[in-house]
Write a protein that binds this ligand. Structure first.
Ligand SMILES: Nc1ncnc2c1ncn2[C@@H]1O[C@H](COP(=O)(O)OP(=O)(O)O)[C@@H](O)[C@H]1O
Ligand SMILES: [Mg+2]
Length: 290
């Protein structure tokens, strides 16, 4: 064993393991680099939810496209296990890596995308990473990505309050910790959303508001709204979290069908749909809230 390793052992540490002080310094250095990277990004918006499948990615991509109508927009996909952003925004290529950093690839409406979904050799293989590796990935893309000048950067998160979210919120400067919580009106989502909201508060994030998705179903035949959940819990939730419901987006089967057929998000594939209208409304409310 080398002398250094012996030393480490004597102190009760794993040989060559960085000390807490060394780790703290490295994190501080990375935070400064991230702040510099985001200097020309006007607004950062993080899309979170307590549950999976409530529409985070759908909100992210449709909102990004609405905001791209009169601004430069980027999307960072931090859903490491289920990265759906590239496909939805028409991006197939990995970000371009150079010594200067990682350069996003442009999708529909020139929205700039970075996602692990295009960075893996085989896209169908699962990412089997534990916490530290996931946190490392989040820090790496935040440190390396050259977003250039952006009006809005939207970060799509996995559900819950795990590593990606904790590291993301920890590493982003305070001004960038604006969070949009996506929920559905059903009672099941309630406890999860309250937890997610509380996590944002504890990590000193700025909760901008709630998005109530799947808010009634639009009948493809007659256009009537079919109630799907017995009670709308989103209003009470918003009250409890001290924020507003910024938008109510209906579950729109017709718009979804057109979206799948065209391989484009609803605001592009079905711009005249009620869902698209609700997304445009959301974009306006987000602009006001930021
Ligand atoms: N308002 C909506 N109208 C129709 N389909 C929707 C709507 N919101 C979400 N979906 C569909 O529901 C599924 C889950 O949405 P997704 O955005 O992937 O959720 P999450 O990112 O929260 O896991 C997707 O197939 C999506 O197309
Ligand atoms: Mg998603």
């Amino acid at each position: 064993m080398t002398e250094r390793a012996e030393e480490g052992k004597e102190e009760g540490r794993h040989p060559h393991h960085p000390s807490p002080e060394e780790i703290r310094k490295r994190i501080e250095r990375e935070k400064e680099e991230i702040e510099r990277r985001l200097e020309n990004v006007e607004h950062v918006l993080i899309v979170m939810s307590g549950k999976g499948g409530v529409g985070k990615t759908t909100v992210t991509v449709n909102l990004a496209l609405c905001l791209a109508e009169d601004g430069d927009v980027g999307v960072l996909d931090l859903d490491i296990h289920g990265p759906n952003v590239p496909e939805q925004l028409g991006v197939d290529e990995p970000p371009k890596a150079s010594p200067a950093g990682l350069f996003p690839v442009k999708g529909y409406h020139d929205v700039r995308v970075v996602s692990i979904g295009t960075m893996l050799e085989d896209r169908d293989l699962p990412v089997l990473w534990r916490g530290p590796r996931k946190s490392g990935f989040v820090r790496e893309v935040l440190v390396k990505t050259q977003w250039g000048d952006l009006d809005y950067l939207i970060v799509d998160m996995p559900p819950g309050t795990g590593d990606e979210i904790m590291t993301g919120l920890e590493m982003l400067p305070e001004r960038a910790r604006n969070v949009l919580l996506v929920t559905s009106p059903e009672s099941l989502a309630r406890a999860d959303v309250v937890k997610a909201g509380e996590a944002v508060r504890r990590m000193e994030g700025n909760l901008l508001g709630l998005v109530s998705n799947m808010h009634g179903i639009i009948c493809p035949e007659c256009g009537a709204t079919i109630e799907y959940f017995a009670e709308d819990h989103s209003e009470k939730l918003a009250e409890r979290l001290g924020v507003e419901v910024l938008a109510r987006i209906p579950l729109d089967p017709e718009a979804k069908l057109r979206s799948e057929e065209e391989g484009k998000p609803m605001v592009l594939a079905a711009p005249d749909s009620r869902a698209a209208e609700a997304f445009r409304e959301l974009a306006e409310r987000v602009k006001e809230a930021l």
